[in-house]
Write a protein that binds this ligand. Structure first.
Ligand SMILES: O=C(O)[C@]1(O)C[C@H](CCCOc2ccccc2)[C@@H](O)[C@H](O)C1
Length: 146
């Protein structure tokens, strides 16, 4: 069973709950992260969720590299706009060989065509999009039982 899960959120997701509630809901990123950590602590088996958010592609890549060194067993990533552009984040994830789930709050396939392309989806264990913040809950639950 995976005991250490890393939750990564990419660019602009630090703004969750402050703007565009009709699109991204009213839950703040801090609350999303706290809920994920509570999912782990409620298992009472030493499971933990590490959380990270950054608006810079290179820092996200560095955090993914570090995950391998610290024994992370599963990654949940909402790479935000980098989903659609970043070969670097794809390569970092593949390079660690840590299984990951791609999460999006919105259904990206109902949005602009440029959001329909992902550099991550074909290598993800699963892709969850359009379920709002429940996508985080579902993916964390899966990862903690992987
Ligand atoms: O639906 C998702 O979770 C996205 O990853 C969100 C990204 C955008 C994150 C922006 O988040 C904000 C939250 C509140 C206010 C403004 C931006 C977008 O670029 C992806 O195509 C889909």
């Amino acid at each position: 069973m995976v005991k250490k899960v890393l939750l990564i959120n990419g660019p602009n997701l630090n703004l969750l709950g402050t703007r565009e509630p009709e699109k991204y809901g009213t839950t703040s990123l801090k609350d999303i992260e706290a809920a994920a950590q509570n999912q782990a602590s409620s298992k009472e088996d030493g499971s933990e969720v590490l959380v990270y958010q950054n608006n810079t592609e290179g820092f996200i890549i560095d955090r993914i590299h570090q995950a391998k060194l610290e024994g992370v067993g599963f990654i949940i990533i909402n790479a935000g706009a980098y989903t659609h552009t970043s070969v670097g984040i794809r390569d970092a994830l593949l390079g660690t060989a840590i299984p990951f789930i791609e999460v999006h709050i919105t259904n990206v396939h109902q949005r602009e065509p440029f959001r329909h392309q992902s550099y991550l989806s074909d290598k993800a264990v699963a892709v969850i999009c359009g379920l709002g913040v429940y996508g985080y809950t579902a993916s964390i639950e899966y990862a903690l039982n992987y």
